[in-house]
Design a protein around this ligand. Structure first.
Ligand SMILES: Cc1cc2nc3c(=O)[nH]c(=O)nc-3n(C[C@H](O)[C@H](O)[C@H](O)COP(=O)(O)O)c2cc1C
Length: 325
């Protein structure tokens, strides 16, 4: 797929997840075939203040594959300034993504995230400002929901505004803000967004297997899928989904050795980049995802919750092997 000057490889994309999709996580997903990965969301306004934490979230010294940075906000002018600042601070990215889907009250309360779905014209203005700041070469993507609530399923109108103002691709999480993360995903509403625009649209929500990826594409007519939670602790999901989407045989699931090696690598890289003190609390939830389907998972998850030092990871892995030999 060609987006402006960028060739996007075939395959599912890895979704942005605040607190989870850090650089170590993104590299792992890219190595398993994610077409592109997205940073955790950062505030456009905070970036214009030079907030170091926000800039640190976006800076990836060693990105694997194509990398998008995601910004949220609701003021077009500040968004343009933030993008200019990313350039000035030499934050490297291949695509820029705008967040129009976050349901968290602390984000929507300020008018950003999924609150934007109530104001399609403002969505258009945000995209226009981003496009002006980016210039013509860099692809601009938008991640949205299907609307705010049942009475405001504005996805198609928002998507048209985005397209008309310079967006190159849209990802739709198949739920309104009101639906938060409650199943099921509304593929019909995603299909309505796809029909509304000519640019590529990717479907997102609850894709945890090759079968679900195929179903999402079939039911929405979308050009691809984006996967978030399903790939946590299971980066091989990209290998399986990409094979299914391409009509190739789906590879077998990974061995326990492979799973534990991936867990260890991920936490090691987190510690390298953030320092053990900052990394280990986040590593606990990453580790829990690797316990899915294992014998003794409940006790192992309790051990994950106690991880404090990197050396504890090896103790955890020993316990995993003991329970699953
Ligand atoms: C903990 C968590 C954090 C998230 N953070 C972001 C974010 O920063 N930006 C964003 O656009 N979406 C965010 N999302 C939404 C995901 O990108 C995705 O749309 C959603 O989880 C549905 O896809 P999935 O079922 O494949 O996970 C987040 C989701 C979760 C569970």
């Amino acid at each position: 797929m060609q987006l402006r000057s960028l060739t996007i490889p075939a395959g599912a994309a890895f979704a942005p997840m605040a607190g989870l999709s850090d650089a170590a996580c993104r590299r792992l997903m890219a190595d398993h075939g994610a077409a592109w990965t997205v940073s955790e969301m950062a505030s456009a306004k905070a970036i214009t203040f030079g907030d170091r934490k926000s800039l640190a979230l976006l800076r990836d010294k060693d990105p694997h594959g194509l990398y998008a940075v995601q910004l949220f906000g609701c003021e077009p002018e500040l968004l343009g300034q933030a993008i200019a600042l990313l350039r000035e601070k030499k934050i490297r990215f291949d695509l820029l993504d705008l967040n129009m889907g976050c349901p968290a009250p602390k984000i929507t309360g300020g008018g950003a995230g999924s609150k934007l779905m109530l104001d399609p014209a403002l969505c258009g203005a945000m995209v226009r400002a981003a496009r002006a700041a980016l210039g013509e070469g860099v692809p601009l993507t938008v991640k949205m929901r299907t609307g705010w609530d049942d009475e405001h399923k504005t996805g198609p109108e928002v998507a048209r505004q985005c397209e008309q103002n310079g967006a190159d691709l849209i990802v739709v999480h198949g739920r309104t803000r009101e639906q938060m993360y409650i199943p099921p995903v509304d593929w019909a509403a995603v299909a309505a967004v796809k029909r509304a625009v000519g640019i590529p649209v990717f479907a997102n929500g609850d894709i945890t297997s090759p079968e679900r990826a195929l179903e999402a594409v079939e039911r929405t007519g979308c050009d691809g899928v984006m996967i978030g939670r399903g790939a946590l602790g299971d980066p091989w999901l990209f290998d399986r989904v990409n094979a299914a989407l391409a009509g190739r045989p789906v590879p077998p699931p990974p061995s326990l050795n492979q799973r534990m090696a991936a867990l260890r690598r991920q936490i090691y890289e987190m510690c390298e980049e953030k320092g053990e003190w900052a990394a280990m609390p986040q590593a606990r939830s990453q580790a829990m995802h690797y316990m899915k389907g294992l014998r003794g998972a409940a006790a192992l998850r309790r051990a994950c919750a106690r991880l404090t030092h990197f050396t504890d990871v090896d103790v955890l892995i020993d316990a995993v092997f003991r329970c699953n030999e």
